[in-house]
Design a protein around this ligand. Structure first.
Ligand SMILES: Cc1cc2nc3c(=O)[nH]c(=O)nc-3n(C[C@H](O)[C@H](O)[C@H](O)COP(=O)(O)OP(=O)(O)OC[C@H]3O[C@@H](n4cnc5c(N)ncnc54)[C@H](O)[C@@H]3O)c2cc1C
Length: 289
């Protein structure tokens, strides 16, 4: 449990942070530390230096644009996401997901950027941000690049970030009136990891689904979009039959799932389908009032 020696650095800006990361071999970003410090204690990782971005003002902003999109700084904590009026108004699904995350300590320290950069298959935010078509803004000494979720999340515990880069912000495009975003999951215990997670976004106009996003989490290394289910939902009436349409398409889809200590692949596949069904039904219900 005793941490190995490391340098502790407090950058004053994003520019400082990326310069430190580029210059110091083996340096890592420290955000909420809820995973990184535990991994260090368990001797799973041993960074030579920690570049602490948790109190970096530039990474702690939440900004709404006139077009309805919002930009969330990577160091914004779950507790703040849950309470922030801009997030609650523009993307209530982000606020509700943050509010339901684990316990108060993790919510007060853990950050949306740390959650995404870790890209644990069971992490809450990667599938949700995939369904929201979020853009990941990556900063480096030479400038920034902007990646889609499919580009950013590259596999189990890995992302497209290279040495010297940090995730600066996540931009979420405007969510139109008539769009419903619902997430559902099944977890091992009361405050433990998800075995199956589904996020469903329905863009509904005149009682018909225009476009859909159906994304699974906790099944593979990265979020998995179910293109066949999305195609089946698009053009369908947003009524009580929609969940059955999703389930039939799910059965035809090539859904990739892993087998692990928590459950078999077959159980995980079935539970993923249950989460999709529940999320679609809830999204339909959300438009009924
Ligand atoms: C008891 C417990 C239960 C948990 N259960 C869940 C759960 O159910 N769902 C869930 O999603 N999470 C869960 N977590 C994990 C928690 O959400 C972590 O906070 C999160 O995964 C990491 O966020 P962090 O801000 O603490 O990042 P850190 O632990 O500080 O960093 C995590 C990784 O991301 C890198 N990093 C962080 N920020 C940046 C950045 N801006 N740019 C580049 N790299 C960066 C770090 O270098 C490190 O590799 C749990 C944690 C605990 C302790």
């Amino acid at each position: 449990m005793i941490l190995p020696p490391f340098r502790y650095l407090r950058p004053q800006s994003i520019g400082d942070a990326v310069s430190m990361l580029a210059a110091i071999e083996g340096a890592a970003v420290l955000a909420g530390g809820q995973t990184l410090v535990n991994a260090m204690k368990l001797d799973l990782v041993a960074p030579t230096a920690l570049v602490d971005v948790h109190r970096l003002d530039e990474l702690a902003t939440i900004t709404a644009s006139a077009d309805g999109s919002i930009a969330i700084g990577a160091a914004v904590t779950y507790a703040r996401l849950a309470a922030d009026p801009v997030v609650r108004q523009h993307v209530p699904a982000v606020a509700s997901m943050a509010a339901g995350l684990v316990d108060r300590q993790v919510r007060n320290r853990g950050t949306i950027g740390g959650n995404c950069c870790l890209n644990d298959p069971t992490s809450n935010f990667p599938p949700l941000l995939t369904a929201l078509d979020a853009v990941f803004v990556v900063a480096a000494v030479g400038g920034e690049r902007r990646l889609s979720a499919a580009e950013f999340f590259t596999g189990t515990l890995t992302t497209a970030l290279c040495r010297g880069e940090i995730l600066a912000a996540v931009e979420i495009p405007a969510v139109a009136d008539g769009t419903r975003v619902v997430h559902r999951h099944l977890q091992v215990g009361a405050d433990s990891w998800a075995m199956a997670r589904a996020v469903v976004r329905l863009d509904v106009r005149e009682h018909t689904v225009q476009t859909a996003r159906v994304v699974l989490g906790a099944v593979l290394g990265s979020p998995q979009r179910l293109d066949g289910v999305e195609a089946a939902l698009a053009g369908s009436p947003a009524g009580s039959e929609l969940a059955a349409v999703a389930c039939e398409a799910f059965d035809r889809a090539d859904v990739q799932v892993v087998d692990d200590v928590h459950c078999s692949a077959e159980y995980r596949r079935r539970m993923s389908k249950v989460q999709v069904r529940r999320a679609v039904a809830a999204a339909v219900e959300a438009g009924a009032s």
